[in-house]
Design a protein around this ligand. Structure first.
Ligand code: SF4
Length: 425
């Protein structure tokens, strides 16, 4: 029997598009109506028959219970365990991970610490003028991408939320909006812009601070800032003040690097300044599907969004000290449980090397690229394909995930709760 399933949410990137349709035949998805290149390649990789053996110890198939006991033993023997990843999971898996970390006294960290961790620290310092993607769609006639390339990283962002859709106060859609891109190189997104502003690498802070001065009407005694002529900056500041509603979407091009938090702080302060003249917002371009959900779950469970140390029985937050990469580089963890090891490629190579020296446990989806050669491995069901769950869109709007087809694989939360039960036994 063939069945059409509608309104499926995609968790591949932070857009969490929830308008996909699948054709299901004999309990398998045989087609997905997506024209998104990222979604298509993810689906081709993961829509495979579940492996006959979904629990391994040292690469050898074992019974699920034996793998659970081995994982519990690793965590029991560890003095400084780390739980890392979470962004490709879902609310139930993330809650189970926090539950486990809290009980065993682990550090828990998410991929945010290698991505928008700097942005989170900046907004904790100066706040943010923020909005939902629905507000952008309905209100914004000026869209600015800063250090972001959504044409590649979030292929449907402009189509669904920012540039093309017709909104309540932007009935003309694309014709009613201006697109400006600030970046250090001409990207595919920059080529779509009405105005591409190329800035010198590592000069974001200076350019943003100059824009703040110009928005405030202060004189600047320079000919250019970050390779952008002063007249051009003045024109951009005037354009920002004159729009009816504007939004900055900023990406890792702004937030990464040693001074990323300062660049993001400057952008957030500029957004606040602009609200004295018009309505303006700032939003992060979250990369991984449910990294915003990982932030949310950790925050509501521990009070902090990432890099949380629960070793003393209460949460301590200090990103430079308790981020997974920093702990691994300093050799301060003696076991690691990864909920999704495909995010490890962004860690410093020396931190990844350290993972080969300590006992590791990995939960991965079928077809996932396994970077870690983990001692204990579980293949888990995919939330949004095999299991229901919740993913948080990049604007922190929770989107329900549907179980489209059945799977014999256990979910992240089932594996993590089983490990916790065995740890307590
Ligand atoms: S833009 Fe992102 S969430 Fe939307 S379909 Fe493509 S990969 Fe999935």
């Amino acid at each position: 029997m063939t069945e059409e399933v509608h309104d499926i949410a995609c968790t591949v990137c932070g857009c969490v598009c929830d308008d996909l349709r699948a054709t299901v035949e004999a309990g398998r998805v045989t087609a997905m109506n997506s024209d998104c290149s990222l979604q298509q390649s993810w689906f081709a990789r993961h829509n495979i028959a579940p492996p006959a053996e979904h629990a391994l110890i040292s690469g050898k198939p074992v019974q699920f219970d034996d793998a659970v006991k081995a994982a519990a033993r690793i965590l029991r023997e560890a003095k400084h365990p780390l739980i890392y990843g979470l962004s490709r999971s879902s609310t139930p898996g993330q809650r189970a991970a926090v539950r486990l970390a809290d009980t065993i006294g682990a550090v828990i960290d998410t991929t945010a610490s290698t991505c928008h961790g700097n942005s989170i620290m900046a907004l904790q310092t100066v706040g943010e003028s923020t909005c939902s993607l629905g507000e952008v769609r309905n209100r914004c006639d000026l869209v600015i991408y800063w250090g972001a390339n959504p044409a590649v990283s979030h292929p449907r962002h402009m189509e669904r939320y920012s540039l093309e859709p017709k909104g309540q106060f932007v009935p003309e859609g694309r014709a009613g909006r201006k697109l400006i891109v600030f970046d250090i190189a001409e990207t595919p997104t920059a080529r779509m812009a009405d105005d591409f502003v190329r800035i010198r690498p590592s000069s974001d802070f200076e350019v943003l601070w100059a824009l703040r001065a110009l928005v405030a009407g202060k004189p600047l005694d320079v000919a250019e800032v970050g390779d952008v002529p002063l007249d051009k900056l003045r024109q951009l500041a005037d354009q920002m003040k004159a729009c009816r509603s504007g939004v900055f979407f900023f990406g890792r091009g702004l937030s990464l690097g040693r001074n990323g938090h300062a660049g993001v702080e400057a952008l957030l302060r500029l957004t606040t300044d602009l609200n004295a003249h018009t309505r303006f917002y700032a939003r992060r371009m979250r990369i991984y599907g449910d990294v915003a959900g990982a932030d949310s779950v950790l925050t509501w469970q521990t009070g902090y969004p990432f890099s949380v140390n629960l070793a003393r029985g209460y949460p301590r937050y200090n990103p430079g000290e308790y981020s997974a990469e920093a702990l691994l580089l300093r050799g301060e963890v003696d076991a690691c449980l990864m909920v999704g090891s495909d995010g490890l490629h962004v860690l410093d190579p020396k931190a990844r090397e350290r993972l080969h020296e300590i006992p590791t446990i990995a939960l991965d989806y079928p077809g996932a690229e396994r970077i870690a050669d983990a001692d204990v491995q579980f293949t888990t069901a995919i939330y949004g394909l095999h299991r229901a769950g919740t993913a948080y869109r990049m604007d922190e709007v929770p989107i329900p995930l549907r179980a489209v087809v059945p799977s014999p694989l256990p979910s992240d939360d089932e594996v993590l709760d089983a490990i916790l039960k065995a740890w307590r036994a």
